[in-house]
Structures are given as C-alpha cells and as structure tokens.
Design a binder for this molecule. Structure first.
Ligand code: IDP
Ligand code: MG
Length: 141
C-alpha cells in the first residue's frame, strides 16, 4: 500500500549546501515528492514540532538548532514509505548509522543529522499536517 511520510531537510543540510545531494538519494530510492517548501521556523514552532522530546536533555539545543536557519519539509510517497525512509536515513547518531545511509554519509553529529523522518503512521499524519494542507500535495514527480 502506498504510504506518506514527512521528511525535513534540516538547517545543517541547507547551510552546508547538501540539499541537492540528499534529494538525489531520496529520488534514487524511488520516493515521490508530493509537496516541498522552505520554512524558517521560530523557536515556538520548532518546540511544538518536537514537543514529544520536551523533557529530554537535548530539547533546548534541538529547538535552537531547528530554528537557526531554513529547513525544507517535504511529503514523500512510496510503498512502505515510513519504514523505508527511516532505513534510508539511518540511525539518529551518524556514528551508528549503516554505511550508505544519508546520515552516515553527510551528518556531523547526533544533533546535526541532516534529515528528519516520521517514525510511525500516526506521527506521519500529524507531522504532514503540521506543515502542509492536503491541497498543497500534488503527485507529479
Ligand atoms: P530521530 O530523528 O532519529 O527520530 P529522535 O530520537 O526522534 O531521533 O530525536 C529527534 C532529534 O533530536 C534527532 O534527529 C536529533 O537531531 C536530536 N537528538 C536526539 N537525540 C539526541 C542526543 O542524544 N543528543 C543531541 N541531539 C539529539
Ligand atoms: Mg524521531
């Protein structure tokens, strides 16, 4: 069954000019891009997106990082998109990510890890709606 997931190219990906390379990885893995935009989140918005982590010690730094520059949220579609995208990006910490994964290839550390991917069907639905309305999603690539 076709499934949707939310990906975000994080501010480190944009600042380090890695958007093209990471998009190549995503398209080569046969994900279709239904929607994509550039967003500069403020701390309130980044804090809301990551509120599930609000009690974690890394939360403040994470919110600062995610609101430090532009990011590129996108909605991806594919069979088994959620699990397949998590496999494509690799473990949260690039030092633990499988060879060939996006985080292993490009990420600097556990916080600045290039890309976000939804982790379940429930979070995919809420995370997609956080950035996109249904009318913005167009199956054309
Ligand atoms: P995920 O992005 O692989 O799903 P989560 O555990 O959901 O990882 O954490 C969300 C984000 O918070 C990570 O992508 C990373 O940017 C940051 N993060 C998670 N754990 C740590 C940590 O131990 N130190 C610093 N930043 C972290
Ligand atoms: Mg997560």
């Amino acid at each position: 069954m076709k499934e949707r997931t939310l990906a975000i190219l994080k501010p480190d990906c944009v600042n380090r000019k890695l958007v093209g390379k990471v998009l190549d990885c995503i398209l080569e893995a046969e994900f279709k891009i239904l929607g994509m935009k550039m967003v500069k989140m403020d701390a309130k918005m980044a804090g809301e997106f990551y509120k599930v982590h609000s009690q974690r010690p890394f939360y403040r730094d994470l919110v600062e990082f995610m609101s430090s520059g532009s990011c590129i949220p996108m909605v991806l579609e594919k069979e088994n998109a959620i699990e397949d995208f998590r496999r494509l990006i690799g473990a949260t910490d690039p030092a633990e990510a499988e060879p060939g994964t996006i985080r292993q290839k490009f990420a600097e550390n556990k916080q600045n890890n290039i890309v976000h991917g939804s982790d379940s069907p429930e979070t995919a639905i809420t995370e997609i709606a956080f950035f996109f309305s249904e009318s913005e999603l167009i199956p054309n690539m």
